[in-house]
Each structure stands twice: as structure tokens, then as C-alpha cells.
Design a protein around this ligand. Structure first.
Ligand SMILES: Nc1ncnc2c1ncn2[C@@H]1O[C@H](COP(=O)(O)OP(=O)(O)OP(=O)(O)O)[C@@H](O)[C@H]1O
Length: 301
């Protein structure tokens, strides 16, 4: 087993790593640890580990780290493990993974592989980016892009709230086009989601399933600071999907296009529109608790 540890993710991550390693040692599972040195490094390390036949490659970090490791494992036989040491850890909540490091380590030792279906975003400049939970365009991406990493490290999820308040008066809420399987809709924001949850464990897309093909797309038909504030207040109450002006639609292929509209993928900055989103070419086997609550398929033997 190789653990790819992102030293820039989440808070108290080194303490969490020590606890996870101790739990793995107790379970009799030897683990090698490699630290990521820069964004994208986890993909390079994971690809090399998969090529060398490492059976389990573990992302120790948040959703961004998991996505990078998954990108490196795509198409290979290695399984993905998760030690959720990030800030929001949306995928861990989605999949019912424990956040306690020792409990998460036990899943690596005793869990079962299940098939996760990531999304793949293709940008106009040729960049491709795999994502495991969601890709957002509009106000939420402006918040992610403006976030100071030091602040995120100190305040954790509170940093997103603070940054949203800063962004409210200055973001211009440009409208853009979301084409869902060829059908255009004008929106002020869109979140293309693989899972039900958003920004931690808050409900965004109740019909989404991370093991299924396709996406649920949350469309924000109207923009403006007041409306963005209302959506932000509704999110922790799990009321966002029910608010007027918020529509949820299923789609397999999504094109988002507009002028200077920011994008974020799995909570990390992802440039600007246009972007085309489809399922990644193949599923990835991820280690989950033996009693999987997310309903993911079992990989073929
Ligand atoms: N050594 C490094 N220095 C700076 N950034 C790094 C380093 N290694 C990886 N990264 C980048 O850090 C980004 C943030 O990590 P990640 O998303 O895992 O943590 P997080 O944002 O704290 O958690 P979450 O996404 O769950 O809120 C990753 O997208 C990755 O590209």
C-alpha cells in the first residue's frame, strides 16, 4: 500500500497521518508514505505506483487530492483508498467513510472495493481534469478562486463562509449558457454533481449517485448578491434544492460556456469556462466500508 499524503490539505493533517499509520500497523498492514510536493504531483505518483503494480494507492487529503490520485489510477488495476484529511471532505461524507483517522485506516484494511464513476472536464485550452464530486461555475467558483490557502488552513470550512461574504459585493454574477445533452439553459450558476452532497455534508442533489453514469446538474437560474446570500443560508439547512430559482436536472454531457466565468472542481480552482463535462472513460475501484450505504457496484472479479 502506498499513501500519497498532501501536506497542504486540511488541518491537523500530520497528527491524523500518525494516527492512521498506527492503526494500520495494529492491523498488520505495512504502508509506505510519499508526500505530494505541488498540485498535480499526486497524479504523477499514483500513475507510477499503478504501473509498478501497487494494489492499493491511498489519497491522504481532501477531495482535490482524491481526484488527483484517481486520475493517476484511471485505467489501471490499483484500488483507490481514502484517508479523509481535507477541509470539506465531501466525498467521504457522500460515501459514508469515517473521518476519524484510525477508523478510516480500518476501512483500508477491512473494507470492500466498490466502483466509483468520476467525471471528466475538458477545457478549451486542452486541459483535462478528473473530478470525484462536483464541478461548479459561477459564484461558488469565485469563492474558491479567491480563497487564501493560509486562511483555509487556519479556519477550515469557516474560511469558505468568510470568503463568500467578501465575494458577495464584488462578484458580478454574469449569466452564461449550460447545455444539458444539447439543450441550452441560461443560468447565473451551475453545479455539475456526481454526488448528493456539497460543501461538507449539505444536501444539493438528492437524486445523484456517485456510482452511476451521468450527473445531476443544479442550475441557478437567477443571480445577484441577495440571492447568493439566500442560497448560502439555505445550504446548511439542506433547503437549497427546494428554493425557487434552483433547478435540478439529469444530464450525461454538459457544456458550460460564457465570458470570464470562473470554474472550480472538487473545491479547487479550475480556470474559466468553456468546459465540457462527461463521465470519465472507466470506473475506479475504491475501498469502502463492508456495509456500503452509497449503493456502489461491486467490481468484476
Ligand atoms: N505540496 C503541496 N503544496 C501545495 N499544494 C498542494 C501540494 N500537494 C498537493 N497540493 C494541492 O492541494 C490542493 C488542495 O488539496 P485538497 O483538496 O486535497 O485539500 P482541501 O482543499 O483541504 O480539502 P477539501 O477539498 O476536501 O476541502 C490539491 O488540489 C492539490 O493540487
Amino acid at each position: 500500500m502506498l499513501i500519497l499524503f498532501n501536506p497542504a490539505a486540511g488541518t491537523r493533517r500530520r497528527r491524523r497521518l500518525v494516527r492512521a499509520l498506527a492503526a494500520l500497523a495494529r492491523a498488520g498492514l505495512p504502508a509506505e508514505v510519499a508526500e505530494t510536493r505541488h498540485p498535480g504531483h499526486a497524479t504523477v505518483l499514483a500513475r507510477a505506483a499503478a504501473a509498478a503494480g501497487t494494489p492499493l494507492v491511498v489519497a491522504a487529503g481532501g477531495d482535490g487530492t482524491i481526484a488527483e490520485v484517481a486520475a493517476g489510477l484511471a485505467g489501471g488495476a490499483s484500488r483507490l483508498g481514502i484517508l479523509p484529511f481535507g477541509t470539506a471532505n465531501v466525498l467521504a461524507w457522500e460515501l459514508g467513510l469515517p473521518l476519524r483517522p484510525d477508523a478510516a485506516a480500518v476501512i483500508l484494511a477491512e473494507g470492500r472495493p466498490r466502483l466509483l464513476r468520476p467525471g471528466l472536464a475538458r477545457f478549451a485550452d486542452g486541459r483535462e481534469r478528473l473530478f470525484v464530486q462536483m464541478l461548479g461555475a459561477g459564484f461558488d467558483a469565485a469563492v474558491v478562486q479567491g480563497l487564501d490557502l493560509g486562511l483555509k488552513r487556519r479556519l477550515g470550512r469557516g474560511a469558505y463562509v468568510l470568503q463568500a461574504l467578501r465575494e458577495l459585493p464584488r462578484y458580478r454574477h454574469p449569466r452564461f449558457l449550460a447545455e444539458l445533452d444539447g439543450e441550452p439553459v441560461e443560468v447565473a450558476g451551475a453545479i455539475v454533481s456526481k454526488g448528493r452532497l456539497y460543501a461538507g455534508r449539505h444536501l444539493l442533489a438528492p437524486m445523484a449517485r456517485p456510482g452511476a453514469a451521468g450527473f445531476q446538474v443544479a442550475l441557478f437560474r437567477r443571480g445577484g448578491a441577495l440571492r447568493a446570500a439566500l442560497y448560502g443560508a439555505a445550504l446548511p439547512l439542506d433547503l437549497l434544492p427546494r428554493l425557487p430559482g434552483v433547478e435540478l436536472r439529469p444530464a450525461r454531457r454538459i457544456l458550460l460556456r460564457g465570458e470570464a466565468v470562473p470554474a472550480q472542481a472538487d473545491g479547487d480552482p479550475a480556470g474559466t469556462l468553456p468546459v465540457t463535462i462527461e463521465d470519465a472513460p472507466g470506473p475506479i475501484a475504491v475501498m469502502l466500508p463492508a456495509t456500503d450505504r452509497a449503493g456502489l457496484a461491486i467490481p468484476p472479479p
